[in-house]
Design a protein around this ligand. Structure first.
Ligand code: CU
Length: 232
Protein backbone atom coordinates (compact mmCIF):
# COMPACT_ATOMS: atom_id res chain seq x y z
CA UNK A 1 0.00 0.00 0.00
CA UNK A 2 2.80 2.37 0.92
CA UNK A 3 4.63 1.71 -2.33
CA UNK A 4 1.41 2.26 -4.24
CA UNK A 5 1.03 5.67 -2.56
CA UNK A 6 4.62 6.54 -3.35
CA UNK A 7 4.01 5.56 -6.96
CA UNK A 8 0.87 7.70 -7.06
CA UNK A 9 2.71 10.72 -5.61
CA UNK A 10 5.56 10.25 -8.07
CA UNK A 11 3.10 9.98 -10.95
CA UNK A 12 1.30 13.16 -9.85
CA UNK A 13 4.58 15.03 -9.44
CA UNK A 14 5.80 14.10 -12.89
CA UNK A 15 2.41 15.09 -14.30
CA UNK A 16 2.69 18.54 -12.78
CA UNK A 17 6.24 18.96 -14.07
CA UNK A 18 5.51 18.06 -17.64
CA UNK A 19 2.92 19.44 -19.96
CA UNK A 20 0.44 17.77 -22.26
CA UNK A 21 1.10 18.07 -26.02
CA UNK A 22 -0.04 21.41 -27.42
CA UNK A 23 -0.99 19.95 -30.80
CA UNK A 24 1.63 22.19 -32.44
CA UNK A 25 4.34 20.49 -34.51
CA UNK A 26 7.57 22.34 -35.23
CA UNK A 27 10.04 21.01 -37.80
CA UNK A 28 13.74 21.93 -37.80
CA UNK A 29 16.48 21.12 -40.30
CA UNK A 30 19.86 20.59 -38.66
CA UNK A 31 23.09 20.46 -40.63
CA UNK A 32 26.31 19.49 -38.86
CA UNK A 33 29.62 20.87 -40.08
CA UNK A 34 33.19 21.22 -38.80
CA UNK A 35 32.65 22.45 -36.10
CA UNK A 36 29.07 23.38 -35.32
CA UNK A 37 25.45 23.06 -36.38
CA UNK A 38 23.13 25.25 -38.41
CA UNK A 39 19.47 25.02 -37.48
CA UNK A 40 16.65 26.25 -39.74
CA UNK A 41 14.36 27.92 -38.89
CA UNK A 42 16.26 29.95 -36.36
CA UNK A 43 15.96 30.18 -33.32
CA UNK A 44 15.88 26.51 -32.28
CA UNK A 45 13.21 26.96 -29.60
CA UNK A 46 9.67 25.69 -28.98
CA UNK A 47 6.93 26.04 -26.38
CA UNK A 48 6.68 23.27 -23.79
CA UNK A 49 4.32 20.58 -25.08
CA UNK A 50 5.09 21.17 -28.76
CA UNK A 51 5.89 18.18 -30.95
CA UNK A 52 9.35 18.58 -32.47
CA UNK A 53 10.53 16.99 -35.69
CA UNK A 54 14.25 17.23 -36.41
CA UNK A 55 15.71 16.35 -39.79
CA UNK A 56 19.45 16.11 -39.39
CA UNK A 57 22.30 15.64 -41.84
CA UNK A 58 25.94 16.55 -42.30
CA UNK A 59 27.38 19.13 -44.64
CA UNK A 60 30.91 17.73 -44.71
CA UNK A 61 32.29 14.74 -42.79
CA UNK A 62 30.58 12.15 -40.54
CA UNK A 63 29.25 13.78 -37.35
CA UNK A 64 26.95 12.75 -34.53
CA UNK A 65 24.17 14.29 -32.51
CA UNK A 66 23.01 13.64 -28.97
CA UNK A 67 20.67 15.81 -26.89
CA UNK A 68 19.70 14.54 -23.49
CA UNK A 69 16.86 13.81 -22.74
CA UNK A 70 15.24 14.25 -26.16
CA UNK A 71 17.71 12.40 -28.37
CA UNK A 72 19.37 9.95 -25.99
CA UNK A 73 20.94 7.55 -28.45
CA UNK A 74 23.62 9.19 -30.53
CA UNK A 75 22.50 9.74 -34.11
CA UNK A 76 25.16 9.31 -36.80
CA UNK A 77 25.04 12.02 -39.44
CA UNK A 78 26.40 11.07 -42.83
CA UNK A 79 26.65 13.60 -45.72
CA UNK A 80 23.76 13.11 -48.14
CA UNK A 81 21.60 11.17 -45.66
CA UNK A 82 18.87 12.69 -43.49
CA UNK A 83 17.90 11.24 -40.11
CA UNK A 84 14.47 12.18 -38.77
CA UNK A 85 13.51 12.14 -35.08
CA UNK A 86 10.21 13.16 -33.49
CA UNK A 87 9.63 13.93 -29.81
CA UNK A 88 7.35 15.92 -27.53
CA UNK A 89 9.23 18.75 -25.79
CA UNK A 90 7.60 18.08 -22.42
CA UNK A 91 10.29 19.55 -20.15
CA UNK A 92 11.24 23.21 -20.24
CA UNK A 93 14.80 24.45 -20.13
CA UNK A 94 17.93 24.80 -22.18
CA UNK A 95 19.25 21.59 -23.68
CA UNK A 96 22.73 21.30 -25.08
CA UNK A 97 23.31 19.06 -28.07
CA UNK A 98 26.66 18.05 -29.42
CA UNK A 99 28.69 15.85 -31.67
CA UNK A 100 29.35 12.23 -30.72
CA UNK A 101 31.54 11.25 -33.63
CA UNK A 102 35.14 12.51 -33.55
CA UNK A 103 35.43 14.85 -36.50
CA UNK A 104 38.65 16.81 -36.02
CA UNK A 105 40.38 19.28 -33.71
CA UNK A 106 37.19 21.28 -33.01
CA UNK A 107 35.09 18.23 -32.19
CA UNK A 108 34.99 18.69 -28.41
CA UNK A 109 33.68 22.23 -28.72
CA UNK A 110 31.01 21.25 -31.24
CA UNK A 111 27.79 22.03 -29.36
CA UNK A 112 24.71 24.22 -29.54
CA UNK A 113 21.48 24.78 -27.60
CA UNK A 114 17.79 23.93 -27.93
CA UNK A 115 15.30 25.86 -25.80
CA UNK A 116 11.92 24.73 -24.49
CA UNK A 117 10.12 27.67 -22.93
CA UNK A 118 6.95 28.14 -20.95
CA UNK A 119 4.44 30.28 -22.89
CA UNK A 120 3.32 31.66 -19.50
CA UNK A 121 6.69 33.38 -18.94
CA UNK A 122 7.40 36.93 -20.02
CA UNK A 123 9.05 37.19 -23.41
CA UNK A 124 11.68 39.85 -24.23
CA UNK A 125 10.73 42.54 -26.72
CA UNK A 126 12.79 44.81 -28.97
CA UNK A 127 11.45 48.34 -29.40
CA UNK A 128 14.34 49.78 -31.41
CA UNK A 129 17.97 49.38 -32.47
CA UNK A 130 20.37 52.30 -32.41
CA UNK A 131 21.74 52.76 -34.96
CA UNK A 132 19.40 51.01 -37.41
CA UNK A 133 22.24 50.41 -39.85
CA UNK A 134 26.00 50.35 -39.82
CA UNK A 135 29.14 49.71 -41.87
CA UNK A 136 30.27 46.25 -42.99
CA UNK A 137 33.24 46.61 -40.61
CA UNK A 138 30.81 46.29 -37.67
CA UNK A 139 29.41 48.67 -35.09
CA UNK A 140 28.43 49.13 -31.47
CA UNK A 141 24.72 48.52 -31.24
CA UNK A 142 22.21 49.54 -28.55
CA UNK A 143 19.16 47.30 -28.27
CA UNK A 144 16.20 49.03 -26.60
CA UNK A 145 13.20 47.06 -25.39
CA UNK A 146 12.03 45.19 -22.33
CA UNK A 147 12.60 42.12 -20.16
CA UNK A 148 16.37 41.93 -20.76
CA UNK A 149 18.81 40.47 -18.24
CA UNK A 150 22.53 39.88 -17.81
CA UNK A 151 21.91 36.36 -19.09
CA UNK A 152 20.04 37.45 -22.20
CA UNK A 153 21.74 35.85 -25.19
CA UNK A 154 22.11 37.92 -28.33
CA UNK A 155 22.63 36.57 -31.83
CA UNK A 156 23.24 38.49 -35.04
CA UNK A 157 22.53 36.47 -38.17
CA UNK A 158 22.72 33.34 -36.01
CA UNK A 159 26.14 34.07 -34.47
CA UNK A 160 26.43 34.76 -30.75
CA UNK A 161 27.58 38.28 -29.87
CA UNK A 162 28.46 39.86 -26.50
CA UNK A 163 25.87 41.19 -24.08
CA UNK A 164 26.92 44.43 -22.36
CA UNK A 165 23.93 44.67 -20.04
CA UNK A 166 22.75 48.14 -19.02
CA UNK A 167 19.22 47.59 -17.72
CA UNK A 168 16.08 45.52 -18.30
CA UNK A 169 15.27 47.93 -21.12
CA UNK A 170 18.71 48.33 -22.74
CA UNK A 171 21.67 46.18 -23.69
CA UNK A 172 24.67 46.96 -25.82
CA UNK A 173 26.43 44.61 -28.16
CA UNK A 174 29.04 44.57 -30.90
CA UNK A 175 27.78 43.84 -34.38
CA UNK A 176 30.66 41.89 -35.98
CA UNK A 177 31.93 42.53 -39.52
CA UNK A 178 29.39 41.19 -42.04
CA UNK A 179 28.58 41.34 -45.75
CA UNK A 180 26.12 44.06 -46.83
CA UNK A 181 22.45 43.24 -46.28
CA UNK A 182 19.66 42.88 -43.77
CA UNK A 183 20.35 40.59 -40.79
CA UNK A 184 18.26 39.42 -37.85
CA UNK A 185 19.22 40.61 -34.36
CA UNK A 186 17.65 38.17 -31.89
CA UNK A 187 17.59 38.34 -28.09
CA UNK A 188 16.72 35.27 -25.99
CA UNK A 189 15.94 35.21 -22.34
CA UNK A 190 17.08 32.24 -20.27
CA UNK A 191 14.03 30.13 -21.08
CA UNK A 192 14.52 30.59 -24.83
CA UNK A 193 11.75 33.08 -25.58
CA UNK A 194 13.04 35.50 -28.14
CA UNK A 195 12.47 38.73 -30.02
CA UNK A 196 13.95 39.74 -33.36
CA UNK A 197 14.61 43.03 -35.15
CA UNK A 198 16.42 43.82 -38.39
CA UNK A 199 19.78 45.53 -38.70
CA UNK A 200 21.20 46.69 -42.02
CA UNK A 201 24.85 46.36 -42.99
CA UNK A 202 25.46 49.05 -45.56
CA UNK A 203 27.58 48.43 -48.63
CA UNK A 204 30.68 50.64 -48.62
CA UNK A 205 30.42 53.65 -51.02
CA UNK A 206 32.05 52.97 -54.38
CA UNK A 207 35.04 55.17 -55.09
CA UNK A 208 35.23 56.49 -58.62
CA UNK A 209 38.51 55.50 -60.22
CA UNK A 210 39.37 58.84 -61.76
CA UNK A 211 42.98 59.67 -62.58
CA UNK A 212 44.55 63.07 -61.99
CA UNK A 213 45.00 63.56 -65.73
CA UNK A 214 41.26 63.00 -66.36
CA UNK A 215 40.42 65.44 -63.57
CA UNK A 216 42.67 68.09 -65.11
CA UNK A 217 41.15 67.50 -68.57
CA UNK A 218 37.62 67.82 -67.19
CA UNK A 219 38.63 70.95 -65.31
CA UNK A 220 39.99 72.73 -68.39
CA UNK A 221 36.69 72.10 -70.23
CA UNK A 222 34.64 73.74 -67.48
CA UNK A 223 33.26 77.09 -68.55
CA UNK A 224 34.50 79.66 -66.11
CA UNK A 225 32.20 82.26 -64.81
CA UNK A 226 33.11 85.33 -62.85
CA UNK A 227 36.54 86.62 -62.10
CA UNK A 228 38.96 87.97 -64.58
CA UNK A 229 40.02 85.86 -67.54
CA UNK A 230 43.64 84.74 -67.18
CA UNK A 231 46.16 87.16 -68.74
CA UNK A 232 48.10 85.82 -71.66
CU1 CU B 1 31.46 16.54 -35.45
Amino acid sequence: MRSFLALLVTAMLSLSMTKAPTGVTRTFDITAYQFGYTVTPFPFSVAVGDTVVIRATSGDVVHGLVMDPYVRDAVTLVPGETVTRTFVADTRGRFTFGCTSYCGFGHFGMADSFYVYSPDGTAPAIASLAPLSGPVQGATLAINGSNFSRNTRIAIDGASVPNAFVSATQIYTLAPPHAPGVVAVTVYNTDGQSATANFIYEAPPRRRAVGLRQLAAADSKQPRSGGKPPQS
